[in-house]
Design a protein around this ligand. Sequence first.
Ligand code: GLY
Ligand code: MN
Length: 463
Amino acid sequence: MFNKETYIRRRQILMQKVQKGLILLLGNEESPMNYRDNTYHYRQDSSFLYFFGIDAPGKAGLLDPESGEAILFGDDVDIEDIIWMGPQDSMTDIGARSGVGKTFPFAKLYDQVSLANQQGRKVHFLPPYRAENKLLLQRLTGIETGRQKEYASVELIKAIVSLRSVKEPVEIEEIEKACATGYAMHLCAMEMAQPGMREQEIAGRMEGIAISGGGSVSFPIILSQKGDILHNHSHSMMLEKGRLLVVDAGAESLEHYASDFTRTIPVGGEFTPQQRDIYDIVLAANNTATQLIRPGVTYLSVHLDVARVIARGLKDLGLMKGDVEEAVAAGAHALFFPHGLGHMMGLDVHDMEDIGQIYVGYDEEVIPVNQFGTAYLRLGRRLEPGFVITNEPGIYFISALIDQWKSGKMHEQYICYEKLDKYRGFGGIRIEDDILVTKEGARILGQRVPATAEEISKSVRGA
Ligand code: GLY
Ligand code: MN
């Protein structure tokens, strides 16, 4: 964890922003896989980590902006816990490391919240996403699980988004550590991308690298020759020469900061001319975004500029036609690029998505666009120095979508449907880097994973 001053300062700023009522921050519990003591890999709640740094289950925090006090709730272990888990720090020691002087047994949380309720004080809480915390919140507040999202504190959400969106130098350092592990994972995938190898062998080695780095993967690895399925978590296929392998994967640092890279690798190392043409359009789209990212621009405008690069490239190849500006305004590019350019990244790979994407990615000025494709853009608002974002354009040939659009005569004036049959079975291409918005512009975080077609071919050939 970082030094205690970091957490004290973050909590103070949060209390200054919220001012009234009590702020309740719940940590995560262990989550059983098939019986109580056989649990999934433990992952603390990211907002709890951000404000307390304590990476262990059974904890909750209460902040009182009116008195400036912070209380940590949790139980000291007993002899049975010590037998199975070894000696554990006392709650007093855990609190001290986080800069919290007052610690109470967990059961006292009920008393404190019910006292606030009796006094008519608002209890601010975040929308819970885990069943255990939904039930706990129901017991604490009386609000049934299905309605907790609507009662979550928008004031608290906005305050936390404003803090967590702008990364501190220590956070950037952590993200760069996650990027170094992510780099090694992707290099491993390139070296292993040979015909006859199974996807799962590569995914397994990559996950091993993430774990060996001291953390874990930042999300389940996406690794598939069926790259036209955007989030394909199946790894069962054998690699075949001539196919493209989409690898979208990242690691978490010890402090749980994420990396998230995507590369598309030709199995065996050589792109076919058809693959190379599409690859170079996606790479141009990715490079264009990096050049455009700077404080003050909206990510929505960068997304649309990238969509124009893609549409222009596809027009040059004869797959699209007509006026590029008009085609993108109509949403025709989304047949090939049906997702957003990127998202915020930090303690979560999709940072703060649990507390409300609308508050993370949009504001009063930039609101979500209700058009297929662009509607999936998770981040549209103006960029600020300190934001860490992903840049992940892609082109895909999704048979079911092509069939649907073609039979509905969708955007016929912009799409050359008759040319698309040659691309069935092509899969998809996505190229993703992690970017820090700086005062002057943008910086790719970590050493850039091989990105040009030549660099990738070289890595696959081990040259
Ligand atoms: N890397 C997975 C995603 O961004 O959705
Ligand atoms: Mn991503």
